[in-house]
Design a protein around this ligand. Sequence first.
Ligand code: ZN
Length: 150
Amino acid sequence: MMEGDFRQHSMDEIRSRLNQCGLKATPQRMRVYAAMCRLGHASADAVYLHLGSDKGTMSLATVYNVLESMTEAGLLVRRPSFSSKMFFDVDTSEHGHLYRSDTQELVDISDESLLPAVEARVRECMPEDLVLDRVEIQVICHAGRPADWK
Ligand SMILES: [Zn+2]
């Protein structure tokens, strides 16, 4: 459900994405955003670990601040998870997620009709004095044996 495959983006494309959102393409931002493009969804800890020696002198707090500034600029979106860990998502469009409790990963649900369908059903039963802001869907799951295994 990603608009174009961010994982394939070159450094020039990453630079122009930062610039489009009004952010200077500093080496720290370039590294953090490139890591986010590779990971898709990640917590600050996961980005920090993923960067390895590439993080240079960046502390975990710096990585977190860089992710927050990108979120404020509209380049990333926050996805709170059931693990209470805050994830960041490179796909800023509205879409549902699977939360894997066994691997602590967020995975996109690639059904574009799911959110509109749930929103329509909820609108039918919502009290009239409430206004629907948006629908967030996060389904908790873990790996298991397929149902047809004996
Ligand atoms: Zn997502």
